[in-house]
Design a protein around this ligand. Structure first.
Ligand code: ARG
Ligand code: ZN
Length: 861
């Protein structure tokens, strides 16, 4: 059933204390004792008690130690209702769970040899009956009892207060969390795990024990995550003045995890891929991913845990803000431009299409059927962009003071996006109504800019316009404030300084477009300038401006803002790509190749940035730029562009590709990035010497080098590719995280019969239907293998549809994620669009989870 934001009501009952006792045996028995009382803020005196719960056996219900009979309460699929209860009482609930059989990976489940939990958003109600909503905060005390040999490690939130041996080889531990929390932050782990311990001294001098729990044998792969955690702790102290608040911080790595990681209070649970790293098994990109996810979950301790969300419509309150914080952390530590480029690439390839498709929703949604479907790029990444715009407008110091005020005012409680905006308004004295509109309407705004220069009056004039595609429900779109950082340069590339003209030009380098249209007159300009808009990607919009090729070339070569240089490179590449797709090489292709040759002739300053400047737009980004999508044409044009760049730049690419060092470290990582992108281009020439280099480097002890070589070879049908892939499989057969990479390469390869290959990957002896492996095969297939997935006979669509139907029975969250590959049927050329639609119709006629049902239903509207 659909839930609406406007229907929010305060909880009728509050929970002052939760005592949980887990008795782990073949099945797990959970006794919950809840101290409940009526919420004094709710007027209705005799409301019944309604609790959420599903997926377990109910053994006992008792009110104030009086056991209830079945006639004393009502149960539905997912609720328990007790009509008559006192104003204040103790409720005892005893449930029995079967974590072994729990394939949803939500609630309590088994991963490998350990038992662990995932409760956000509504997994706690798979453990016991409870008000499973984020605005009910309580104190938790947890006793865990299990076999001492199978489960030597017993963890929950907060501090360990007691433990001991029990008869029959069993033991127990009691945990107490002094902080109030909603149940989605509850966590429990029982397993036989190695513990790596370190310490951190907070700014105020408190000692915090840091413990990472991993499968035995993985101890040596923890140091990078540990070091990342310490950097994140220091950064949050230095930038936001926020310290950690418990004496213990634990991270557990799980092999089977539906998402990236989870910020449970004091006991983070992580997908192992975001913890474990060694140069032999993880790429430099994996290292960066670990650092940012570790930081993200750590930052949640304040933005998420100390202050949580009132209801799930406010999800971006914690996620948008925390993504913004982790992005700033990574930018501060690893170079601003390169990191920003990577975030924007992600936003454009995933969020922009989502915002233009059937699942488009506001960053603060108005309704949902299944909340798990709203952990989206829109809530996370577009949410982060809104926070970034607020910072751009208020200035960093005022913004940080505003966040601190928000945390102060709402510490220990559940808040709303409105509270966040109100705190910034109070701190800055500015009205932020425009940002309320950013939160409340879907869609990517389009900004159109035209310019003219009048030599007589020496005035340079910009006309700006914002437009919004109509809402699916026909609601009129409102104008939003769009901060456009910009620069004007003269013909020698020197920056022209501009005097502010508030409110349209609040700072010399910032236009604030608030109305539908605006005209900016810049006086005293000696000659027609070269403009550059949206420096650092200052707003999540599409921007249309008729840059000439010459303008783009000079931006690529001479602009200081690294992001703007990349943007110029992307526009040049897109122009060439469109030209190749439409009619074959011409002016735009020449302009690009000429620009890249001039770029390559310059001394290399920033290798990591150069690698990004050279990187070609991905298939899926290009797909979002063409309408309708003709995958066969798109991939051939992209292949042609790859080869032309390789031929035009063979000299420098050969030099760069030869310099891939194998030792860790940031400057070596930059060299590897440049070497890998160079080798990727060169491989398209199919010169034997280059193919042999690929085969040799695929056996490198350094995973970045090896994976770079395999990526370069992956779309080339040659014996070297086969040999390299086979050797890689043999070498890493027993390394699940590396095996995921092999599966992803196979699923993404453009050679041979892609659909058949993906089908056989699903039957491969090394295939297991674990979330990471499924994403590696099916996620890569639909997102990165356009040729195979969009095969003319629709076999790719049917394969994905069949897998979704199959997976939906065991793990609806994973199945629903994969549905994203089916949503875009309206953007595909006929008659293929109808083949994809037929798969949706077919699915819609089967029994589906709420997760998959909601997405398929919206796609067919
Ligand atoms: N809160 C987690 C994070 O750090 C993600 C939880 C995702 N939950 C879900 N049901 N998809 O972003
Ligand atoms: Zn998060």
């Amino acid at each position: 059933a659909e839930v609406f934001r406007k229907d929010y009501r305060l909880p009728a009952f509050l929970v002052d204390q939760v005592d949980l006792a887990f008795d782990i045996r073949e099945r797990t028995t959970v006794q919950a004792r809840l101290q409940l009382r009526r919420n004094p803020a709710v007027a209705i005196a005799d409301e019944p008690l309604v609790l959420d719960g599903r997926g377990f056996d109910l053994l006992e219900v008792a009110v104030d130690d009086r056991r209830l009979g079945v006639g004393d309460y009502q149960r539905t699929d997912d609720r328990l209702q007790i009509a008559v209860v006192p104003d204040r009482f103790t409720l005892r609930i005893v449930t029995q769970l079967d974590p072994e059989q729990n394939t949803t990976l939500e609630g309590l489940y088994r991963s490998g040899s350990m038992l662990c939990t995932q409760c956000e958003a509504r997994g706690f109600s798979r453990i016991t009956y409870y008000p499973d909503r984020p605005d009910v905060l309580s104190r938790f005390s947890v006793r865990v009892e299990a076999d001492a040999q199978r489960f030597p490690v017993l963890l929950s939130n907060g501090n360990p207060v007691e433990s001991g041996a029990l008869p029959d080889g069993r033991h127990y531990t009691v945990w107490d969390d002094p902080f109030l929390k909603p149940c989605y932050l509850f966590a429990l782990v029982a397993g036989d795990l190695a513990c790596i311990e370190d310490h951190y001294t907070t700014a105020s001098g408190r000692d915090v024990a840091l413990r990472f729990y991993v499968d035995h044998g993985n101890e040596a792969r923890v140091p990078h995550a540990m070091a990342s955690l310490k950097r994140a702790m220091r950064w949050d102290e230095q930038v936001y003045g926020l310290e950690y608040d418990l004496d213990l911080y634990m991270v557990v790595a799980a092999r089977d995890f539906n998402m990236g990681a989870m910020e449970n209070k004091g006991l983070n649970l992580f997908n192992a891929r975001y913890v474990l790293a060694s140069p032999q098994t993880a790429t430099d990109a994996d290292y960066d991913g670990i650092e940012s996810v570790i930081a993200h979950e750590y930052f949640h301790n304040w933005t998420g845990n100390r202050v949580t969300c009132r209801d799930w419509f406010q999800l971006s309150l914690k996620e948008g803000l925390t993504v913004f914080r982790d992005q700033c952390f990574s930018q501060d530590l690893n170079g601003e431009a390169v990191h920003r480029i990577q975030s924007v690439r992600q936003l454009r390839t995933v969020q922009f299409p989502e915002d233009a498709g059937p699942m488009a929703h506001p960053v603060r949604p108005d309704s949902y059927v299944e909340i798990n479907n709203f952990y989206t790029a829109t809530v996370y990444e577009k949410g982060a962009e809104i926070v970034r715009m607020i910072q751009t407008l208020l200035g960093r110091d005022t913004f940080i003071a505003g966040v601190q005020r928000y945390l102060r005012e709402h510490d220990g409680s559940a808040a709303t996006i409105e509270d966040f905006l109100a705190a910034h308004e109070a701190e800055s004295g500015r009205n932020l109504d425009g940002f309320r509109r950013w939160y409340s309407q879907p869609g990517t705004p389009l900004v159109t800019i035209t310019d003219e220069y009048d030599a007589r009056s020496r005035v340079y004039r910009l006309r700006l316009k914002q437009s919004h595609a109509p809402s699916p429900n026909g609601a009129p779109k409102q104008m939003v404030p769009i901060p456009i950082r910009f620069a004007l340069r003269d013909h020698d590339g020197r920056r022209i300084s501009v005097s502010p003209q508030p409110p349209l030009l609040p700072a010399p380098d910032l236009i604030l477009l608030e109305d539908e249209e605006a005209v900016l007159n810049v006086p005293d300009i000696g000659s027609s300038p070269n403009p550059s808009f949206l420096l650092g990607f200052s707003a999540p919009v599409r921007l249309q401006f008729a840059y000439t090729s010459d303008q783009l070339v000079s931006l690529l070569l001479d602009e200081e803002d690294g992001f703007a240089r990349w943007e110029a490179a992307q526009r040049l590449m897109l122009n060439a790509f469109f030209e190749l797709q439409a009619s074959g090489p011409g002016d735009d292709t020449r302009a690009l190749l000429d620009a890249l040759q001039r770029l390559a002739a310059r001394p290399v300053e920033d290798r990591a940035l150069l690698a990004e400047l050279l990187r070609m737009p991905s298939e899926s980004y290009l797909a979002s730029q063409v309408q309708p999508l003709d995958a066969a044409r798109l991939t051939s044009a992209r292949d042609a562009l790859r080869l032309r760049i390789a031929q035009a730049l063979t000299g420098p690419l050969s030099v760069w590709s030869a310099a891939a060092p194998e030792e860790p470290g940031a400057s070596n990582a930059a060299r590897r990035a440049l070497a890998n992108v160079s080798l990727w281009y060169l491989m398209s020439t199919r010169v034997n010497r280059v193919l042999d280099i690929g085969l040799k480097q695929a056996a490198s002890p350094n995973m970045t080098v090896a994976f770079g070589a395999l990526t370069a070879l992956n779309d080339i049908d040659c014996p070297q590719r086969e040999a390299a892939m086979d050797a890689f499989l043999q070498r890493f057969r027993h390394e699940p995280l590396v095996l995921d990479k092999w599966f992803a390469l196979q699923a993404g390869s453009a050679i041979g019969q892609g659909v058949e290959r993906v089908r056989s990957l699903l039957q491969h002896p090394d295939f297991t239907p674990n979330p990471n492996r499924l994403r590696a095969v099916l996620g890569t297939f639909w997102r990165e293998n356009l040729r195979a997935y969009h095969r003319a006979d629709g076999a790719g669509y049917r394969l994905l549809g069949d897998q979704i139907a199959h997976l939906d029975r065991s793990n609806p969250q994973i199945a629903a994620r994969l549905c994203d590959g089916l949503l875009g049927w309206k953007d595909i050329v006929p008659p293929q669009n109808q083949l994809l639609r037929a798969v949706l119709v077919d699915l819609s006629q089967q029994p589906l989870s709420a997760d998959v049902g909601e997405k398929i239903g919206k796609a067919l509207l």
